[in-house]
Design a protein around this ligand. Structure first.
Ligand code: ADP
Length: 447
């Protein structure tokens, strides 16, 4: 087992990893920016090292500083959390080159899946169904116009290095292609330093359903069911649930089996998520995330498995303590992402939290670093809390969510709590019939 783990992240993600390390009895070192010096994970970790200024480039993305911190504190493993360097193959590689363990998949898998063009090729080889599209990268507009005839309209021009919904543009007809192609490329160049793009058929009203997989180094590969993540704004998830209200038992078992088989074929190690779009009863692979997901707690709730604990044990060479037939799905779980954002304009609202109260009670979990008096820094992602509820069935989970949202207080800054309270009354949430377009096109558009 590891002697000491360095946590290369911040906020509730750092706290989540810290909790898993504590439960395993592993000492921790946390790195932080000057802006996070007073944060809860910094106070709770055994040791902390300030690695730079507030800008992520100076701190949470500062690989030399993180490596130095890990070396001088005697860490033998690094957990990258979610975001920042979690999907940086070079980081995984250099950690290993310094004799430490990167708690995640191999650099090769991160590299392959991080490039969506390569990811689709790998996924097809592993037997996953794809959204129809260009066979690879599309380097010129002329080629895009030629390939578009085969893909059909509407289509999406997508960045190979894309993430967080950026570098993705719709061309409704052939007339829009030139503009979509140019703007996807320039957005991708600005956001990811890589303007490689590809084409994909634009599905008109799918659901986003993803499958959690986990694999150890002893040949055990297990899927932990699906998560329904169709409630999105600007391709960003806001509300997730497990299981998906759309799938039958048979569809669930089938996509789980396909995802686990593909994971095994790839020789993948650790936790990962296969993301699919689902429309008219068909699944289409869109990407694989080679890390923990923000919405992992809903899977933990319905399986009773601590994903971060398993992730650490797998990285240490351990064997999964379960096989597929041991996995039982218990009840229903929902996660609300509470962001420091205005609930109508979605403008970030960093600032001081003068009053804070987290919800509680049976089946309620809150992952957050908030406390009364906490100053939310303006430099990072606006996610400030995850509210996760679990019930014996969907009805009970929704009822518990209503109670939890009523109890939750974050004042005076505006947050998405207000949006989640309104969402709960929407018929499409109550009956689970929403799709990826519903939030923006119907719910937020209604008045
Ligand atoms: P990112 O890595 O930027 O999150 P994804 O490929 O995972 O990009 O897609 C994010 C979201 O964008 C999906 O959940 C879905 O809402 C939408 N999307 C992606 N591909 C398509 C497609 N081919 N058709 C329709 N919507 C899509």
């Amino acid at each position: 087992m590891f002697k000491k783990i360095l946590i290369a992240n911040r906020g509730d993600v750092a706290l989540r990893v810290l909790r898993a390390c504590k439960a395993l009895g592993i000492p921790t070192v946390i790195v932080h920016s000057t802006a996070d010096a007073q944060s809860m994970p910094v106070k709770l970790a055994d040791e902390s090292v300030c690695i730079g200024g507030p800008a992520a480039a100076d701190s949470y993305l500062n690989i030399p500083a993180i490596l130095t911190a890990a070396t001088i504190t005697g860490c033998d493993a690094v957990h990258p959390g979610v975001g920042f360097l979690a999907e940086n193959a070079y980081f995984a590689e250099i950690i290993a080159a310094h004799g430490m363990t990167f708690i995640g998949p191999s650099a090769q898998h991160i590299q392959k899946m991080g490039d969506k063009v390569e990811a689709k090729i790998t996924a097809a080889e592993a037997g996953l169904p794809l959204v129809p599209g260009s066979p690879g990268a599309v380097p010129t507009l002329e080629e895009a116009a030629e390939l578009a005839k085969g893909v059909g309209f509407p289509l999406l021009v997508k960045a190979a290095s894309g993430g967080g919904g950026r570098g993705m543009k719709v061309a409704k007809t052939a007339d829009d292609l030139a503009e979509a192609y140019a703007s996807a490329r320039s957005e991708a160049k600005a956001a990811f330093g890589d303007d490689t793009v590809y084409l994909e058929r634009y599905l008109d009203n799918p659901r986003h359903i993803e499958v959690q997989v986990i694999a150890d180094s002893h040949g055990n590969v297990v899927h932990l069911g699906e998560r329904e993540c169709s409630v999105q704004r600007r391709h960003q998830k806001l509300f997730e649930e497990a299981p998906s209200p759309a799938l039958s038992q048979q569809e669930r078992a089938e996509i789980g089996r396909i995802a686990a088989e593909a994971t095994a074929k790839m020789g993948y190690l650790g936790v990962g998520t296969m993301e699919f779009l689902w429309q008219d009863g068909q699944f289409f692979f869109i990407e694989m995330n080679t890390r923990l997901q923000v919405e992992h707690p809903i899977t933990e709730a319905i399986t009773g498995i601590d994903l971060v604990r398993e992730q650490i044990l797998i990285a240490a060479g351990g064997q999964l303590p379960f096989t597929q037939k041991d996995i039982e799905f218990d009840g229903h779980a929902i996660e609300c992402r509470i962001n420091a954002e205005h609930p109508e304009t979605f403008m970030p609202t960093p600032g001081k939290v003068a009053s804070f109260h987290a919800a509680g009670g049976p089946g309620v979990r809150v992952d957050t670093v908030l406390y009364t008096g906490y100053q939310i820094p303006p430099f990072y992602d606006s996610l400030i809390a995850k509210l996760v509820v679990h019930g014996a069935d969907r009805e009970q989970a929704l009822a518990r969510l209503r109670g939890a949202l009523d109890e939750f207080v974050v004042e005076p800054i505006p947050t998405t709590l207000a949006l989640h309270r309104r969402l709960l009354d929407a018929p499409a949430i109550q009956d689970g019939s929403y799709t990826i377009r519903w939030l923006e096109e119907t719910f937020l558009n209604q008045d």
